[in-house]
Structure formats: C-alpha cells, structure tokens
Design a binder for this molecule. Structure first.
Ligand code: HBI
Ligand code: NLE
Ligand code: FE
Length: 437
C-alpha cells in the first residue's frame, strides 16, 4: 500500500507492491480474518510476502506454510522496485482461518521477510459468505456468549458452589469435544440433579392440561408413554434425539452453554437443536435465566416433535444463514417471542407454546395472568420489540396458530436483503444456495 507508491507522487497503478487486487477485496480479506464463524473451515486466502534477501529464502517459507497445514495452490514472484527488497511473492493458499492467523503471526517474526499482507482470493465473493452447508459444519459453530457463566457471574446461583462449578465444567467439556455423527455421551445425573428435575417436572405436569397448547400436550403424553419423560430421572439427550428423529427428523447435539445467536439459529436450518446438558442449580428450580437441560427437555422437546412447529423452527434457521447482523438480531427477537415465549389462540382461550414458559412454572402463570400485556404476533413489529432475559417478560405475542405464524413469517422473510436464496435438500441434508441476481 503503501508509503512507496504514495511517496513517488504518482497514482497507484498496479506497480510496486500492489498485486492488482481491488480495495474491496482487501476489505473482504479483513472481514474474513475477523469473522467469528469459520475458524476451522478451509478458506481461500492469498498472501503477499516481501522477501528481504532474494528468492533463496522462499523454500523455507513454503515449508513453514506446509507445516501450518496450508495447501499452496499458486505461487508467483517478481522483482521489487523497492530498494532493499528484492522480491515480492504472491502465494495462494487453502487453509483454516485459525491456522492462517497463526501462520501470518509466525511469518511476521521471520527475519527473511520485510512484510506480509493478507489479500482475498478472487474466488471468495461478498455474495458468498461462510455459513454451514451441512449439519457436520456445525462442529465449527460453538461460539459461546460470555453470559451466565457460574464461574464469572456473582449473581449466578452456582457462583459460591465449588462443586456445582466443577460439575458444569465437566459437562461443558463433553459438548466442546462433541463431533457430528457421534452418539451424545450419557451423563449419569446425580441424585441432586434428578431431584431438581423432579420438582420442575411435577409442577409442569400439573399446569399442562390447562395452560399448554394441544400440540405440546399430545407429544408430552407420547413421551410419557415411551417412558422417556418420567418424574424421577432426567432423560438422556440421545434417547430424546432418537425420539425427535422418528417424529420430525430433528436431532440434538450437546451445547456447552449459551451460543451466539448466529450459531444457535444456523443449526435449526438442518433440523438440529443445540441442547445444553447441565442442570440448573438446586436452589433455583422454578426459574433460571439461562437455558439448562430441564428447560430444553420440558420446554423445547415436545414441540420439536410436532411437524408444523418443526417446520417453523427450521424456517427461522434457514432465514438466518448468511443474514446480516441486524437481521440476525431481528430473527433472534422473533425466536424469542415465538419458540421461547410464544402464546397462541385456541378457540377463545390463550395457551402457551413457548419453551421458556413451559419449563418455568412461575412465568407460565404470569404470562397467562393479567399482569402482562398480550399483543398479536406480527413479524415486522415483533422483530423490533426490545426484551430482557433476566426477569419475566412484560409483553408476550399471541399467534393465531402455528400455521398462521409460519405464513406471516414467510412473507416477512421474503423481504429480507439477502442476495441469494437457500433451500434445504433433505436427501443430501445440505443447504443449497440459489443466486437470485
Ligand atoms: N444458545 N444454547 C443456546 N440456547 C438458546 O436458547 C439460545 C442460545 N443462543 C442464542 C439464543 N438462544 C437467543 O439469542 C435466541 O433468541 C436465538
Ligand atoms: N426461564 C426458563 C426456565 O427457567 O426454565 C429458561 C429460559 C431460557 C431462555
Ligand atoms: Fe430455549
């Protein structure tokens, strides 16, 4: 860029250390380097290296790139006009973002080099952002939010409980180590953990007939008949995942905690639900702001086994792939006020279908009382509603039905800015990208 072409006073016309890549591509290289998603996935990158002492050191440098597991696809060198810098070398590499960043750090320390510039490869375009294309790509989507960590948050009920914190670590490790296709490890839950489950389960069982929507009740019964839901023990994620698979094709994968909204939503596109596996602290059984497996199991599982609801969930996921940050925020808000805290009409009555209500006895009663406000679900206004996740919600949105919510959601998504369409192919289990321009 840089000083030399500016200092000679002439316009910067593709001589010197400029390799003919546009400014746009350089910006793109930066966004790739900064994007949080694709740490493990292989990407195309191009580096311009300025060699200090002739081409002789190139061999060593290529070796270094190979050591960092980069696959070199192109090498081009030319003499530099800059004084003291004898060669400039353009190297195109396929490698994971993480290794690329390590490589660049390593090269910058080399005395043989006077500079390293990262450029984008022409084949990477802005219209083609990275997002998972197959459920196995979700192995790369494990980015946690730094929220509700019992280790870090003094208000967490587990903060002062050393044993609880150690337990959370063990269970989180299982999720971090998990890879697509593996069975979900079984957790032998402790007596205390099963006791916490029992308390919540019994209260929910009591309220379901009156307050839960019929779809929830239907699957809940089925789960009881199949002895997956029992009051004395926490179901294992694997058996619940098998149950979902038989009913709607949804499966579970273990999540270490609260994922970023982008990672969390993208899984839904593949009918994969990221489920925590740890249990809330025994001291706060009836309400916790963070998701735990009691919330996932009692709140989410019944409706993920309902075909219409499963379809709605997947469509939110598909809409999130390649969406902008602002759109992700809106989709999260819609997720929040439907799947998490949604109410729906049933004849003249209002029932709960949101998982955060069906796993929290206190809030379920609150949501159906006159202490809060009910508004009709309408994606364009619901998507803009601010919310907090600490206390009971002051506002809930009421859908006419799942079918109606889906219809309205589809019309709203169609107006999103994405320059391409995505479609899930159930035969290959891949997301296909269709250019619409
Ligand atoms: N991560 N594990 C997990 N569980 C959630 O329910 C969850 C999440 N990350 C983000 C998130 N929910 C919300 O932003 C949703 O509104 C998308
Ligand atoms: N408040 C819910 C519960 O206590 O079960 C969890 C909500 C997670 C978003
Ligand atoms: Fe949830």
């Amino acid at each position: 860029a840089e000083a030399s072409s500016d200092s000679d006073g002439k316009p910067d016309d593709d001589d010197d250390d400029d390799t003919g890549l546009t400014e746009e591509e350089v910006v793109l290289a930066k966004t790739i380097a900064e994007s949080p998603e694709s740490e493990q996935s292989v990407q195309k990158a191009a580096l311009v290296l300025r060699l200090r002492e002739g081409i002789g050191s190139l061999g060593r440098i290529l070796k270094t790139i190979e050591n960092f597991k980069g696959i070199i696809t192109h090498v081009e060198s030319r003499a530099s006009k800059k004084e003291g810098l004898q060669f400039e070398v353009l190297i195109k590499i396929d490698m994971s973002r993480q290794s690329l960043l390590q490589l660049i750090r390593n090269l910058r320390q080399s005395s043989a080099l006077d500079g390293v510039t990262l450029l984008a490869d022409n084949s990477v375009s802005i219209k083609d952002p990275w997002f998972p294309r197959h459920a196995s790509d979700l192995d790369n989507c494990n980015h946690l939010m730094t929220k509700y960590e019992p280790d870090l948050d003094m208000n967490h009920p587990g903060f002062a409980d050393k044993e609880y914190r150690a337990r959370r670590k063990v269970i989180a490790e299982i999720a971090f180590a998990y890879k697509y296709g593996e069975p979900i490890p079984c957790i032998p839950y402790t007596e205390t953990e099963n006791e916490t489950w029992s308390r919540v389960f019994i209260t929910v069982l009591d309220l379901v007939p009156k307050h839960a929507c019929v779809e929830y009740q239907r699957v809940f019964k089925k789960l009881q008949e199949e002895r997956i839901f029992e009051s004395h023990r926490i179901p294992q994620l694997q058996e619940v995942s098998d149950f979902l698979k038989r009913n709607t094709g949804f499966t579970l994968r273990p999540a270490a905690g609260l994922l970023t909204a982008r990672d969390f939503l993208s899984s839904l596109a593949f009918r994969v639900f990221q489920s925590t596996q740890y249990v809330r602290h025994i001291n706060s059984p009836y309400h916790t702001p963070e998701p735990d497996c009691i919330h996932e199991l009692l709140g989410h599982m019944p409706l993920l086994a309902d075909p219409s609801f499963a379809q709605f969930s997947q469509e939110i996921g598909l809409a999130s792939l390649g969406a902008s940050d602002e759109e992700i925020e809106k989709l999260s808000t819609i997720y929040w006020f439907t799947i998490e805290f949604g109410l729906c009409k049933e004849g003249t009555e209002v029932k709960a279908y949101g998982a955060g209500l069906l796993s929290a006895y206190g809030e379920l009663l609150h949501a159906l009382s006159d202490k809060c406000e009910h508004r009709p679900f309408d994606p364009s206004t619901t998507a803009l509603q601010k919310y907090q996740d600490q206390e009971y919600q002051p506002i809930y949105f009421v859908a006419e039905s799942f079918e109606d919510a889906k219809e309205k959601f589809r019309r709203w998504v169609a107006a999103m800015s994405r320059p391409f369409e995505v479609r899930y192919n159930p035969h290959t289990q891949r997301v296909e990208v269709l250019d619409s321009v």
